[in-house]
Design a protein around this ligand. Structure first.
Ligand code: SAH
Length: 261
Protein backbone atom coordinates (compact mmCIF):
# COMPACT_ATOMS: atom_id res chain seq x y z
CA UNK A 1 0.00 0.00 0.00
CA UNK A 2 1.44 3.31 -1.09
CA UNK A 3 1.71 6.26 1.25
CA UNK A 4 -1.09 8.58 0.26
CA UNK A 5 -4.51 9.77 1.35
CA UNK A 6 -7.27 7.19 1.00
CA UNK A 7 -10.83 8.50 0.99
CA UNK A 8 -12.62 5.44 2.33
CA UNK A 9 -16.36 4.80 2.36
CA UNK A 10 -17.14 3.56 5.89
CA UNK A 11 -20.54 2.15 4.91
CA UNK A 12 -23.90 3.03 6.45
CA UNK A 13 -23.20 2.09 10.08
CA UNK A 14 -22.79 -1.65 10.61
CA UNK A 15 -18.98 -1.98 10.96
CA UNK A 16 -19.11 -5.15 8.84
CA UNK A 17 -20.38 -3.14 5.88
CA UNK A 18 -17.03 -1.47 5.16
CA UNK A 19 -15.24 -3.02 2.15
CA UNK A 20 -12.36 -5.46 2.67
CA UNK A 21 -10.07 -2.89 1.06
CA UNK A 22 -11.28 -0.14 3.36
CA UNK A 23 -10.86 -2.37 6.42
CA UNK A 24 -7.27 -3.26 5.46
CA UNK A 25 -6.38 0.40 4.98
CA UNK A 26 -7.95 1.35 8.30
CA UNK A 27 -5.92 -1.35 10.05
CA UNK A 28 -2.69 0.07 8.61
CA UNK A 29 -3.39 3.80 8.82
CA UNK A 30 -1.11 6.19 10.72
CA UNK A 31 -3.61 9.06 10.59
CA UNK A 32 -7.41 8.70 10.49
CA UNK A 33 -9.82 11.58 9.99
CA UNK A 34 -13.42 10.44 10.37
CA UNK A 35 -16.85 12.05 10.10
CA UNK A 36 -17.80 11.73 13.76
CA UNK A 37 -21.50 12.45 13.32
CA UNK A 38 -22.24 9.37 11.21
CA UNK A 39 -19.28 7.01 11.07
CA UNK A 40 -19.69 4.19 13.60
CA UNK A 41 -16.94 4.69 16.22
CA UNK A 42 -16.63 0.89 16.53
CA UNK A 43 -14.81 1.00 13.19
CA UNK A 44 -11.92 2.74 14.93
CA UNK A 45 -11.31 -0.44 16.96
CA UNK A 46 -9.69 -1.81 13.80
CA UNK A 47 -7.06 0.96 13.90
CA UNK A 48 -3.58 0.45 15.35
CA UNK A 49 -3.33 1.78 18.93
CA UNK A 50 -0.69 4.29 17.84
CA UNK A 51 -2.81 5.67 14.97
CA UNK A 52 -3.76 9.33 15.41
CA UNK A 53 -7.54 9.79 15.09
CA UNK A 54 -9.32 13.09 14.45
CA UNK A 55 -13.04 13.84 14.24
CA UNK A 56 -13.60 16.02 11.17
CA UNK A 57 -16.64 17.68 12.81
CA UNK A 58 -14.49 20.22 14.62
CA UNK A 59 -12.14 20.95 11.71
CA UNK A 60 -12.13 23.30 8.73
CA UNK A 61 -11.26 22.15 5.21
CA UNK A 62 -7.90 23.95 5.45
CA UNK A 63 -7.03 22.27 8.76
CA UNK A 64 -7.84 18.86 7.30
CA UNK A 65 -5.79 19.51 4.16
CA UNK A 66 -2.79 20.70 6.22
CA UNK A 67 -3.00 17.66 8.49
CA UNK A 68 -3.27 15.21 5.59
CA UNK A 69 -0.51 16.88 3.55
CA UNK A 70 1.92 16.97 6.51
CA UNK A 71 1.26 13.31 7.32
CA UNK A 72 1.86 12.13 3.75
CA UNK A 73 5.01 14.29 3.67
CA UNK A 74 6.25 12.36 6.73
CA UNK A 75 5.58 9.06 4.95
CA UNK A 76 2.33 8.29 6.80
CA UNK A 77 -0.67 6.41 5.46
CA UNK A 78 -3.79 8.56 5.80
CA UNK A 79 -7.40 7.35 5.84
CA UNK A 80 -10.18 9.90 5.51
CA UNK A 81 -13.29 7.97 6.56
CA UNK A 82 -16.55 9.13 5.02
CA UNK A 83 -19.98 7.80 5.90
CA UNK A 84 -21.64 5.55 3.30
CA UNK A 85 -20.00 6.21 -0.04
CA UNK A 86 -17.82 9.31 -0.35
CA UNK A 87 -19.35 10.35 -3.70
CA UNK A 88 -22.71 11.31 -2.16
CA UNK A 89 -23.05 14.47 -0.05
CA UNK A 90 -19.55 13.90 1.26
CA UNK A 91 -17.96 17.32 0.58
CA UNK A 92 -15.13 15.22 -0.79
CA UNK A 93 -14.50 17.06 -4.07
CA UNK A 94 -13.02 20.11 -2.33
CA UNK A 95 -10.73 17.82 -0.33
CA UNK A 96 -9.54 15.96 -3.45
CA UNK A 97 -9.01 19.21 -5.34
CA UNK A 98 -7.18 20.74 -2.37
CA UNK A 99 -4.84 17.74 -2.16
CA UNK A 100 -4.27 17.78 -5.95
CA UNK A 101 -3.33 21.48 -5.73
CA UNK A 102 -0.77 20.64 -3.06
CA UNK A 103 0.57 17.71 -5.08
CA UNK A 104 -0.56 15.15 -2.47
CA UNK A 105 -1.45 11.73 -3.96
CA UNK A 106 -4.85 10.27 -3.08
CA UNK A 107 -7.21 7.45 -3.98
CA UNK A 108 -10.92 6.82 -3.38
CA UNK A 109 -12.20 3.53 -1.96
CA UNK A 110 -15.97 3.34 -2.47
CA UNK A 111 -18.40 2.27 0.23
CA UNK A 112 -21.92 0.95 0.75
CA UNK A 113 -24.17 3.99 0.67
CA UNK A 114 -27.02 4.40 3.14
CA UNK A 115 -29.53 4.28 0.27
CA UNK A 116 -28.54 0.66 -0.32
CA UNK A 117 -28.84 -0.11 3.40
CA UNK A 118 -32.28 1.53 3.41
CA UNK A 119 -33.46 -0.68 0.52
CA UNK A 120 -32.19 -3.68 2.48
CA UNK A 121 -34.07 -2.48 5.57
CA UNK A 122 -37.40 -2.26 3.74
CA UNK A 123 -36.64 -5.40 1.71
CA UNK A 124 -37.57 -3.78 -1.60
CA UNK A 125 -35.87 -3.37 -4.98
CA UNK A 126 -35.76 0.20 -6.34
CA UNK A 127 -35.86 -0.90 -9.99
CA UNK A 128 -38.91 -3.07 -10.52
CA UNK A 129 -39.93 -3.96 -14.09
CA UNK A 130 -43.18 -2.24 -14.98
CA UNK A 131 -42.91 0.08 -11.96
CA UNK A 132 -39.72 2.12 -12.25
CA UNK A 133 -36.33 1.66 -13.84
CA UNK A 134 -34.91 4.84 -12.35
CA UNK A 135 -33.75 5.84 -8.88
CA UNK A 136 -33.48 9.51 -7.96
CA UNK A 137 -31.08 10.35 -5.13
CA UNK A 138 -31.70 13.86 -3.96
CA UNK A 139 -32.27 16.14 -0.98
CA UNK A 140 -34.63 18.85 0.19
CA UNK A 141 -33.11 22.29 -0.12
CA UNK A 142 -31.27 23.31 3.02
CA UNK A 143 -28.25 25.53 3.50
CA UNK A 144 -26.84 23.98 0.32
CA UNK A 145 -28.87 25.36 -2.59
CA UNK A 146 -30.57 22.96 -5.01
CA UNK A 147 -30.27 24.07 -8.67
CA UNK A 148 -33.42 25.15 -10.54
CA UNK A 149 -35.11 22.18 -12.18
CA UNK A 150 -34.15 19.86 -9.30
CA UNK A 151 -36.93 20.91 -6.92
CA UNK A 152 -38.80 17.98 -5.34
CA UNK A 153 -42.14 18.73 -7.03
CA UNK A 154 -40.42 18.68 -10.45
CA UNK A 155 -38.49 15.47 -9.75
CA UNK A 156 -41.63 13.83 -8.38
CA UNK A 157 -43.27 14.33 -11.78
CA UNK A 158 -41.09 11.46 -13.10
CA UNK A 159 -42.79 8.97 -10.75
CA UNK A 160 -39.43 7.24 -10.39
CA UNK A 161 -38.27 5.53 -7.20
CA UNK A 162 -36.77 8.24 -4.97
CA UNK A 163 -34.50 8.42 -1.96
CA UNK A 164 -34.21 11.66 -0.04
CA UNK A 165 -31.03 12.40 1.92
CA UNK A 166 -30.41 15.07 4.55
CA UNK A 167 -34.06 15.98 4.89
CA UNK A 168 -35.31 14.34 8.08
CA UNK A 169 -35.47 17.78 9.72
CA UNK A 170 -37.75 19.22 7.02
CA UNK A 171 -40.02 16.27 6.31
CA UNK A 172 -43.30 18.21 6.44
CA UNK A 173 -42.23 20.50 3.58
CA UNK A 174 -40.38 17.76 1.66
CA UNK A 175 -43.28 15.28 1.74
CA UNK A 176 -45.75 18.02 0.72
CA UNK A 177 -43.58 18.93 -2.31
CA UNK A 178 -43.20 15.29 -3.29
CA UNK A 179 -46.94 14.71 -2.95
CA UNK A 180 -47.55 17.37 -5.62
CA UNK A 181 -45.96 15.13 -8.23
CA UNK A 182 -46.50 11.62 -6.87
CA UNK A 183 -49.90 12.09 -5.25
CA UNK A 184 -50.53 11.99 -1.48
CA UNK A 185 -51.39 8.25 -1.45
CA UNK A 186 -47.97 7.20 -2.74
CA UNK A 187 -46.24 4.79 -0.35
CA UNK A 188 -43.38 6.24 1.66
CA UNK A 189 -40.95 4.80 4.18
CA UNK A 190 -38.61 6.54 6.58
CA UNK A 191 -35.52 4.54 7.46
CA UNK A 192 -33.67 5.76 10.56
CA UNK A 193 -30.06 4.64 11.08
CA UNK A 194 -30.16 1.87 8.49
CA UNK A 195 -27.93 -1.08 9.47
CA UNK A 196 -27.30 0.26 13.02
CA UNK A 197 -28.65 -1.72 16.00
CA UNK A 198 -31.16 1.13 16.60
CA UNK A 199 -32.47 1.01 13.00
CA UNK A 200 -36.17 1.91 12.66
CA UNK A 201 -38.48 1.71 9.66
CA UNK A 202 -41.68 3.73 9.53
CA UNK A 203 -44.09 3.00 6.70
CA UNK A 204 -46.93 5.19 5.47
CA UNK A 205 -47.81 7.49 2.60
CA UNK A 206 -46.55 10.90 1.54
CA UNK A 207 -49.57 12.32 3.32
CA UNK A 208 -48.86 10.89 6.77
CA UNK A 209 -45.14 10.01 6.88
CA UNK A 210 -44.03 13.36 8.36
CA UNK A 211 -46.62 13.09 11.13
CA UNK A 212 -45.53 9.55 11.92
CA UNK A 213 -41.86 10.57 11.96
CA UNK A 214 -42.57 13.40 14.38
CA UNK A 215 -44.53 11.03 16.64
CA UNK A 216 -41.53 8.67 16.65
CA UNK A 217 -39.18 11.59 17.39
CA UNK A 218 -37.09 11.08 14.22
CA UNK A 219 -35.56 14.26 12.82
CA UNK A 220 -32.06 13.21 11.68
CA UNK A 221 -30.00 10.34 10.22
CA UNK A 222 -32.87 9.06 8.16
CA UNK A 223 -33.75 8.55 4.52
CA UNK A 224 -37.19 9.06 3.06
CA UNK A 225 -37.99 6.51 0.38
CA UNK A 226 -40.98 6.98 -1.87
CA UNK A 227 -42.46 5.57 -5.04
CA UNK A 228 -44.60 2.66 -6.12
CA UNK A 229 -41.62 0.33 -5.76
CA UNK A 230 -42.50 0.14 -2.06
CA UNK A 231 -45.69 -1.80 -2.67
CA UNK A 232 -46.96 -1.98 -6.24
CA UNK A 233 -47.34 -5.21 -8.21
CA UNK A 234 -44.54 -5.59 -10.75
CA UNK A 235 -43.67 -7.66 -13.80
CA UNK A 236 -41.48 -10.69 -13.46
CA UNK A 237 -37.92 -9.96 -14.72
CA UNK A 238 -36.80 -11.15 -18.14
CA UNK A 239 -33.43 -12.10 -16.69
CA UNK A 240 -34.61 -15.27 -14.93
CA UNK A 241 -37.54 -16.04 -17.22
CA UNK A 242 -37.20 -19.58 -18.63
CA UNK A 243 -38.42 -18.31 -22.05
CA UNK A 244 -35.67 -15.68 -22.24
CA UNK A 245 -32.19 -16.82 -23.24
CA UNK A 246 -29.07 -14.67 -22.96
CA UNK A 247 -25.34 -15.04 -23.38
CA UNK A 248 -24.92 -16.90 -20.06
CA UNK A 249 -27.94 -19.18 -20.35
CA UNK A 250 -29.82 -20.66 -23.31
CA UNK A 251 -33.63 -20.80 -23.31
CA UNK A 252 -34.80 -23.65 -21.11
CA UNK A 253 -36.32 -25.42 -24.15
CA UNK A 254 -33.05 -25.08 -26.10
CA UNK A 255 -30.26 -27.65 -25.84
CA UNK A 256 -27.48 -25.99 -23.90
CA UNK A 257 -23.95 -27.27 -24.55
CA UNK A 258 -22.29 -25.18 -21.92
CA UNK A 259 -23.08 -27.61 -19.09
CA UNK A 260 -21.62 -31.07 -19.84
CA UNK A 261 -23.49 -32.56 -16.86
N1 SAH B 1 -22.26 9.61 1.86
C1 SAH B 1 -23.40 9.19 2.65
C2 SAH B 1 -24.44 10.29 2.80
C3 SAH B 1 -23.93 11.46 3.63
S1 SAH B 1 -25.13 12.70 3.83
C4 SAH B 1 -23.99 7.92 2.05
O1 SAH B 1 -23.53 7.46 0.99
O2 SAH B 1 -24.89 7.35 2.66
C5 SAH B 1 -25.82 12.30 5.40
C6 SAH B 1 -27.24 11.83 5.23
O3 SAH B 1 -27.23 10.50 4.77
C7 SAH B 1 -28.05 11.80 6.50
O4 SAH B 1 -28.67 13.05 6.77
C8 SAH B 1 -29.10 10.77 6.18
O5 SAH B 1 -30.10 11.32 5.34
C9 SAH B 1 -28.31 9.80 5.34
N2 SAH B 1 -27.75 8.68 6.11
C10 SAH B 1 -26.46 8.38 6.33
N3 SAH B 1 -26.33 7.21 7.01
C11 SAH B 1 -27.59 6.78 7.21
C12 SAH B 1 -28.14 5.59 7.80
N4 SAH B 1 -27.38 4.63 8.32
N5 SAH B 1 -29.49 5.46 7.81
C13 SAH B 1 -30.29 6.39 7.27
N6 SAH B 1 -29.83 7.51 6.68
C14 SAH B 1 -28.50 7.70 6.64
Amino acid sequence: MKVKVYFVGAGPGDPELITVKGQKLLARADLIIYAGSLVNPDLLNIARPQARCFNSAGMTLEEMLDLMAEAVDCGELVVRLHTGDPSLYGAVQEQMDGLAQRGVPFEVVPGVSSFAAAAAAVRREFTLPGVSQTLILTRHEGRTPVPPGEGLAALAGHHASLCLFLSAGSLVAAAAELAQGYGPDTPAALVYKASWPEEKVIRGTLEDIARQAAAAGINRTALLLTGKFLSAPYLRSSLYDPGFGHSFRGKKDECCNCNPD
